[in-house]
Design a protein around this ligand. Structure first.
Ligand code: DAT
Ligand code: MG
Length: 171
């Protein structure tokens, strides 16, 4: 009898399935330096989201400016760009139904000292600017931000072994 698991992960197309959203999540330089990457990834894994792309990289100031273009001209913009391009970051795409808002709730409020306990920022940051994690804030920004970091063929379409429990429906 063939006891191999069913490998349904062979990528054939790179589009998410119906209803499923994708979001760009970045573990920022403080998250890497403070050894919190595993903790943060673990929260997304345990919540049931699926990782579909990842890159460990140090980005240029130019790319940081593009990511944060909506904040250009604000007093904190230059510091934000320097911070994000100062050290390695882990850039990921996570997929789940409703993942954009879900990730924002998991991240907590922007400033660490205002974030609720139980959130990533609320548990691990008390800083205004060094707040560990970036997450897209809308479907439009998710699409733009994912395209900024990943080619379509770098996003892997596969089925998790426990997908029926994580994202199956009983209605
Ligand atoms: P978020 O990261 O919660 O989406 P944002 O998009 O409003 O927040 O801002 C991007 C980053 O810029 C944020 O993570 C931290 C920094 N930032 C925002 N507002 C700031 C402010 N008033 N002073 C200092 N840093 C700020
Ligand atoms: Mg934002």
């Amino acid at each position: 009898m063939n006891r191999e698991p069913r490998y349904e992960s062979q990528a054939t197309n790179h589009e998410p399935q119906d209803m499923v959203e994708r979001t760009l999540i970045i573990i920022k330089p403080d998250g890497i330096h403070r050894h919190l990457a595993g903790e943060i990834i673990g929260r997304f894994e345990k919540r049931g989201a699926k990782i579909v792309a990842a890159k460990f990289m140090q980005i240029s100031e130019g790319l940081a400016r593009q990511l944060y273009a909506v904040h250009q001209g604000k007093p904190f913009f230059e510091g934000l760009v320097k911070y994000l391009s100062s050290a390695p970051i882990l850039v990921m795409v996570w997929e789940a139904e409703g993942v954009i808002d879900m990730a924002r709730k998991m991240m907590g409020a922007t400033f660490g000292y205002e974030a609720e306990p139980g959130t990533i920022r609320g548990d691990f940051s008390s800083s205004r600017g060094y707040n560990l994690i970036h997450g897209s804030d809308s479907p439009k920004s998710a699409e733009q931000e994912i395209n900024l970091f990943f080619n379509p063929d770098e996003i892997i379409n596969y089925k998790l072994a426990d997908a029926d429990w994580l994202s199956g429906r009983n209605d």
